[in-house]
Design a protein around this ligand. Structure first.
Ligand code: BES
Ligand code: ZN
Ligand code: ZN
Length: 516
């Protein structure tokens, strides 16, 4: 899809679909009915909508739409009004959804292109004025549009191409400084949404196509595209490094593992003591559970058990394209978790790269094993700060449901940066504890630690405690994205299937370390 930005009058712009945004300015308690208001200062546009807005048919609720054909006085064939909800709650996240709603609306009707009118906060009276910052608004608009254009029907023979060819953002003439902000936000949005869609494409691939080797190939191809250095290793290198935990998970499959090591070195020179951030992703391309095999129900979805790796690769793509002045490493630990005569077994004792010994109680707790070696390896490569993303536990879904991902950290500053990052990115995480009080839960009688707790309680926390052992004193954030990496039901603005969750938040977290 092409996206472009024009500083032009929407009333004279020819398009199959012109999209206008509206908010509800009613104050609860005072106005019984909704008071929908258009976010435009153009009289021509307001006149074209006319009485539809006051008819009571449209309340400007979040995601609500109203379509007018052949709007009078405009060159657009259709005018779509999309609700942003209450004015008090107006924020970029609502714009992202609304732009997505508009694109999904256009796709359904097979339209080739659409134009989005940049929302003007100036349209609101002083009493209701909620300032919309131009940069994040422009960014959110483009993100919503590009993310909404993705469909996971890759392998359908009857796939009809409903993709929009072009989305134009039309911003009314502005001061130069404002135009600059809108341009920057627009460019960032394009990069970040493309990166998130890249992650979604990877997550959507079935296990027979996206093997660890293929994940390595796709990572290398992306790296070459954006100019990142990238090495992809397999069994021999894992043995050389002594990655006993990662190797154990891989040994049950005929598919060899892949260890991806990517490096991003910014063009600007940074001081030698500038932070080195490491992004570590769980890349289990299929998780059967191994010898502790999973039930048949829903097992096919375990192809998405590499969503953490995909999020990190997506983030790297964006970081490189945005040219963020921060040093970043990315480690992806990819394997297939299979039961076989060569598979690792419950009761096995493994020696991780760090030297710690691990008793395997359950071979389905494999993600933490590959990450244990990935986190330790990142430290040996000079990482000063660690972040990992993983579809790590069903327990995290039990704890938080599917609207929030789990967030764990051993360091307040690092965690605070992530809290701000996910809010800026418009994603949802919820912090869960991992204080040393929980350490006894993973104490083993035969080895240093065991890979699960003794019961199912607090499973997301025991998994985090396990990883914490390998983060050690290095500031670390752990994201358990099991509940959000795959969306069960299509939403108005996003297809069902792979979500690409965490890409945006990770990019913002990395940005927070910008010093130049
Ligand atoms: N990949 C799963 C976690 C998962 C579950 C991801 C549902 C997405 C949706 C992970 O490897 C796993 O199987 N975890 C076990 C751990 C248990 C054996 C301690 C779990 O959560 O049941
Ligand atoms: Zn598992
Ligand atoms: Zn898994």
């Amino acid at each position: 899809m092409m996206t472009d930005l024009l500083f032009d009058d929407a009333a004279t712009f020819p398009t199959p679909l012109l999209v206008l945004f509206a908010v509800d300015i009613a104050t609860t308690g005072r106005d019984a009915d909704a008071l929908p208001t258009l976010l435009t200062t153009s009289d021509a546009l307001s006149d074209a909508v006319g009485e539809f807005l006051t008819s009571g048919e449209f309340r400007a609720e979040c995601g609500e739409t109203l379509l007018l054909h052949r709007p009078a006085g405009l060159r657009a064939e259709r005018l779509l009004i999309v609700g942003l909800g209450k004015v008090k709650a107006l924020c970029p996240a609502e714009l992202r959804k609304a732009a997505g709603t508009a694109v999904r609306f256009a796709r359904k009707r097979n339209l080739q292109s659409a134009a989005l009118h940049f929302p003007e906060d100036r349209a609101l009276s002083d009493e209701h004025l909620e300032t919309l910052d131009c940069l994040p608004s422009a960014r959110a608009l483009v993100e919503g549009a590009v993310l909404a254009n993705y469909e996971p029907d890759t392998y359908r023979s009857d796939r009809t191409d409903h993709d929009l060819q072009r989305v134009t953002v039309l911003a009314p003439a502005q001061q130069n400084s404002t135009q600059e902000e809108i341009r920057s936000g627009f460019a960032e949005g394009e990069i970040i949404a493309a990166a998130q869609n890249f992650a979604r494409v990877l997550v959507n691939e079935p296990g027979n196509i996206l093997t660890p080797t293929e994940l390595g190939r796709r990572a290398a191809a992306m790296a070459a595209d954006v100019g990142l250095s990238c090495e992809v290793h397999s069994t021999a290198k894992l043995k050389e490094l002594g990655m006993g935990a990662f190797l154990a998970v891989a040994q049950g499959s005929a598919e060899p593992p892949a260890l991806v090591v990517m490096r991003y070195e910014p063009e600007v020179t940074l001081s030698p003591d500038a932070p080195v951030l490491a992004l570590v992703g769980k890349g289990i391309t299929f998780d059967t559970g191994g010898i502790s095999i999973k039930g048949a129900e829903g097992m096919h979805l375990m192809k998405y058990d590499m969503a953490g790796a995909a999020a990190m690769l997506g983030a790297m793509q964006a970081i490189a394209a945005l040219k963020l002045p921060v040093r970043v490493l990315c480690i992806v630990c990819s394997a297939e978790n299979m039961p076989s005569s060569t598979a690792y077994k419950p009761g096995d004792v493994l020696t991780a790269m760090s030297g710690k010994t691990i008793e395997v109680l359950n071979t389905d707790a494999e993600g933490r094993l590959v990450l244990a070696d990935g986190l330790h390896y990142a430290k040996t490569l000079g990482a000063t700060h660690l972040i990992d993303a993983a579809t790590l536990t069903g327990a995290c879904i039990v704890a938080l449901g599917k609207l929030n991902s789990g967030l764990f950290s051993n360091d307040e500053d690092t965690c605070d940066r992530f809290l701000q990052a996910y809010r800026a990115a418009g994603e949802h995480f919820w912090r869960l504890p991992c204080s040393d009080d929980y350490k006894p839960l993973i104490k083993s009688s035969i080895a240093d630690i065991q890979n699960t707790g003794m019961d199912r309680y607090g499973g997301a926390i025991t998994a985090a405690m396990f990883l914490k052992e390998f983060a050690g004193d290095t500031p670390w954030v752990h994201l358990d994205i099991a509940g959000q990496a795959w969306i069960d039901d299509a939403r108005s603005y996003i297809a069902k299937g792979p979500s690409g969750v965490a890409v945006r938040s990770i990019v913002e977290w990395v940005r927070s370390y910008t010093t130049a």
